[in-house]
Design a protein around this ligand. Structure first.
Ligand code: NAD
Length: 486
């Protein structure tokens, strides 16, 4: 049984208090290991180490060398690919193909792309006139922002954590990461990679533990943390923003979503069914960009619902390595209780349950895991809780619509604005719709197709700021102007 320690100043350390908490398998609820529970002492030590590295070897390192080192980190992840895959499979229970083809490769890519961007980004400059005719030269320089607090969720642990650590380090900052208490493994393993490739101690630190009144909140309140980047629930974002307000610490937030999938009658039917299926049920619906509201143009409605139902009923429950298994459990028993409460709420509010709605009947130890059935509802008004609120589970409500104008109103009538997936073969309509839906990311005839150079983030209550490509530099650097009288 493994014990996951903090990673502070290049060393794996226990908590000063000696406190540990259990990490259980989502697959069968067995105890996988124990995790050091950090508090103020560990946060203080990690922030002090990060400050020392910022003003020491990391801060003095030439950009080329830093860039080369981040490439080495990416290569180090790739060298230990199987270990990262095993770590994420154990922590999340998700199918092997999702972790091995989507999540872990992105962990490595997140270091490479931002290292290359930082090396190649041009600087802005202006030559100005002065009364004496000599003129002046203005140019902008980007400096690291300082120590960045990184608070990450459990649904794609390595991908989402490195999406912030990659650009933060590329820009010359140092980090203190508070990974989700549900998924301690890959952040810990990354500490081994950092040491193996020679990243100076204190550049990358990890403090395990919980959020409110614990390590997470203590990090957001720490005077020597210069900025906080957070991915997680919108209401956690509110708490972090309040904590960060005291020190005027900058925040970047990637928050919740209640994303609409919009299917027009002129779509490629099979592609739309497959696309909506993936967007609603991949990772057991635990994807911030996932679809929980589906709107289908009326002529296609019955046929679409029937096809999606068949697709849901064909999923193969199983452990990540089981042959053919393509559907995993939820992250925890606690999250299952939340999702099942929404399943019950849907019925109470009068939903027609097309498929699912409960717990699958699984053999042996799996019966103890955090499994739920993929679920489709129809027949609810837009005011129903399961149509308005983010559930973060394998479920969606499907409603027919009759016109483009109607579906734009329906899609936008939500407090979230993260992403949309639109299915149509009409190019003019695709462009019109993309401009009309109030979300940060629109996919047309696709979903989760990501070019890391593009802006990523949520509108409305789905986030603050944009990360990705050069946009990450806006948050992870301090942009300063230099004016030189000639
Ligand atoms: P969460 O907000 O419960 O927890 C995320 C992290 O915040 C964890 O590390 C947790 O310990 C920490 N935390 C909790 N309360 C805190 C506090 N008061 N102060 C400081 N830290 C605190 O989210 P989750 O359940 O881990 O993740 C699921 C949520 O994340 C969903 O809402 C999902 O939509 C969202 N998400 C968004 C994106 C995006 O890019 N927009 C990506 C993935 C997940």
């Amino acid at each position: 049984m493994q014990t996951f320690q903090h990673f502070i100043n290049g060393q794996f350390v226990a908590s000063a208090s000696g406190k540990l908490f259990d990490k259980r398998s989502p697959l069968d609820n067995t105890r996988l290991g124990q995790v050091a529970e950090g508090g103020q002492a560990e946060v203080n030590a990690a922030v002090a180490a990060a400050q020392a590295a910022l003003h020491g070897p990391w801060g003095r390192m030439p950009t080329d060398q830093r860039v080369a080192m981040l490439h080495a980190v990416a290569d180090g992840i790739t060298r230990r690919f199987d270990d990262f895959v095993a770590a994420e499979e154990a922590d999340t229970g998700q199918p092997h193909h999702v972790i091995a083809h989507a999540f872990v490769p992105r962990g490595a890519a997140n270091f490479k792309i931002f290292a290359d961007i930082v090396k190649n980004v041009p600087a802005e400059s202006f030559v100005m006139d002065t009364p004496d005719g000599a003129g002046a030269l203005n140019y902008a320089i980007r400096r690291p922002k300082g120590v960045i607090g990184v608070i990450s969720p459990w649904n794609a642990p390595l991908l989402l954590m490195t999406w912030k650590v990659g650009p933060a380090l590329a820009c010359g900052n140092t980090v203190v990461v508070k990974p989700s208490e549900e998924t301690p493994a890959s952040a810990t393993l990354l500490g081994e990679v950092m040491n193996a490739v020679g990243v100076p101690p204190g550049v990358y630190n990890v403090v395990h533990g919980f959020g409110p009144d614990a390590a997470g909140e203590q990090l957001t309140r720490h005077d020597d943390v210069d900025a906080i980047t957070f991915t997680g629930e919108t209401r956690t974002g509110t708490a972090i923003m309040k904590a960060a307000a005291d020190g005027i610490r900058d925040v970047s937030f990637e928050l919740g979503g209640k994303n609409a999938g919009i299917v027009f009658a002129d779509c490629d039917f099979d592609a739309a069914v497959e696309g909506i299926f993936r967007s609603a049920f991949m990772n057991t619906g635990q994807v911030c960009l996932g679809t929980e509201r589906v709107y289908v143009e009326r002529p296609l409605f019955e046929r679409f619902v029937a096809a999606l139902k068949r697709r849901c009923e064909a999923v193969k429950y199983g452990r990540p390595g089981d042959a053919g298994s393509n559907y995993g459990p939820l992250i925890s028993q606690e999250h299952r209780r939340k999702v099942l409460s929404y399943y019950a709420k849907a019925v109470a509010e009068g939903a027609n349950v097309v498929t699912g709605g409960g717990v699958p009947d699984l053999p042996g130890l799996l019966a103890e895991g955090a499994w739920v059935q993929p679920t489709i509802w129809t027949g609810l008004p837009e005011t129903a809780a399961v149509v308005r609120e983010e559930i973060f589970g394998p479920c969606c409500h499907i409603r027919p619509f009759d016109s483009e104008d109607e579906v734009v109103v329906l899609a936008n009538a939500n407090r979230y604005g993260l992403s949309t997936t639109i299915w149509t073969e009409n190019l003019k309509r695709a462009h019109r719709m993309a401009a009309a839906v109030a979300v940060g990311i629109t996919w047309v005839n696709s979903w989760f197709l990501r070019d890391l150079r593009t802006p990523f983030g949520g509108s409305k209550q789905s986030g603050i700021g944009r990360e990705g490509g050069v946009h990450s530099l806006e948050f992870y650097t301090d942009l300063r102007n230099v004016c030189i009288k000639l």
